[in-house]
Design a protein around this ligand. Structure first.
Ligand code: SAM
Length: 227
C-alpha cells in the first residue's frame, strides 16, 4: 500500500504547490502523525520534503530512527520524535507557533484512537492555513470486516488478532463531517484497493458515477485542506 499512498500524496502536493513542490530546494515541511516504524515517513523524506515523524510509542520511534540510520542522506531532512499529535499541538500553541506544517499526514492511525474528532482537530491545528491534510483509514462495511479483520487476523494470521476494532472503523462521510467541524474541507477521497493475487494496491478511480461508494468500501485515503 505504501507506494500507492505516497504517490498519491506527491501528486496532490504537486497539484497544490506546483511541480517543484517535492524538492529539497523548496523545503516544504510535513509532519507524519503516528509514523510507526517510518514506512511512509522515509519515502516522503526521500522525495525531498522536510519531514518530522511523530509517534506515541517509544518503541516505534526507536525502530524508525534505527532504520533511518541505514540511509545517511536522510539525516538532513528527517527527524523523529516520541510525542502524540495532541501533545505536539499543545507545545506549539504554548510557544505561539501552531499551524506550521505545509502538509500533515496520518496514515492508518485514526482507527486506533479513542477520540477521532479531537484527533482530527489536532491534525488540522498542525497544518498551516490552506495546507493539505491526508488521512488514510478503513471504512466500516462488510467488505472491510472481511479484508481487514477476518482474513488477516483470523484466517491468514499475518497480523495479531485484536489489532483492529470494527466499531472504530470510520466511514468517509463520518470522517468528512469531522473534518468540516475541525475547520477544513474535504478535497478528494480514494479507495486503496488491495489485490491479494498480485500482492499490490491501486487507487480507485476519481468517479464511479453509478456506484459512488464502490471504490471506498475498505481502505481509503482522504485529503482535506485547512481553511
Ligand atoms: C497502524 S500504525 C500506523 C503506522 C504508519 N502510519 C503506517 O501506516 O505505516 C498506528 C500508529 O499510530 C500511533 N498513534 C496512535 N495514536 C497516536 C497519537 N494520538 N499520536 C501519535 N501517534 C499515535 C501508534 O503508536 C502506532 O504506531
Amino acid at each position: 500500500m505504501n507506494k500507492t499512498r505516497v504517490k498519491y500524496i506527491r501528486q496532490i502536493l504537486e497539484d497544490l504547490y506546483g511541480k517543484d513542490a517535492v524538492t529539497k530546494k523548496r523545503g516544504l515541511s510535513l509532519v507524519d502523525v503516528g509514523c510507526g516504524g517510518g514506512l511512509a515517513t522515509e519515502s516522503l523524506a526521500r522525495m525531498g520534503l522536510k519531514v518530522l515523524g511523530i509517534d506515541a510509542s517509544h518503541e516505534n520511534i526507536a525502530i524508525a530512527s534505527i532504520h533511518a540510520q541505514n540511509d545517511p542522506m536522510l539525516s538532513n531532512n528527517l527527524e523523529y520524535r516520541q510525542v502524540t499529535a495532541e501533545q505536539l499541538v499543545s507545545e506549539s500553541v504554548n510557544s505561539g507557533r501552531d499551524g506550521v506544517f505545509d502538509a500533515v499526514v496520518s496514515l492508518e492511525v485514526i482507527e486506533h484512537v479513542n477520540d477521532p474528532l479531537s484527533f482530527v482537530q489536532s491534525l488540522v491545528n498542525l497544518a498551516k492555513p490552506n495546507a493539505p491534510i491526508f488521512i488514510s483509514t478503513i471504512n466500516r462495511t462488510i467488505l472491510s470486516f472481511m479484508v481487514d479483520i477476518l482474513v488477516p487476523e483470523y484466517i491468514l494470521r499475518v497480523i495479531p488478532s485484536g489489532t483492529h476494532d470494527f466499531q472504530k472503523f470510520i466511514t468517509p462521510d463520518e470522517l468528512s463531517i469531522m473534518i468540516t467541524n475541525s475547520g477544513a474541507n474535504t478535497l478528494d477521497t480514494r479507495g486503496l484497493i488491495l489485490n491479494p493475487i498480485f500482492n499490490n494496491c491501486y487507487l480507485s478511480p476519481k468517479h464511479f458515477d453509478l456506484l459512488p461508494d464502490a471504490g471506498v468500501q475498505a481502505n481509503y485515503i482522504l485529503v482535506a485542506r485547512k481553511k
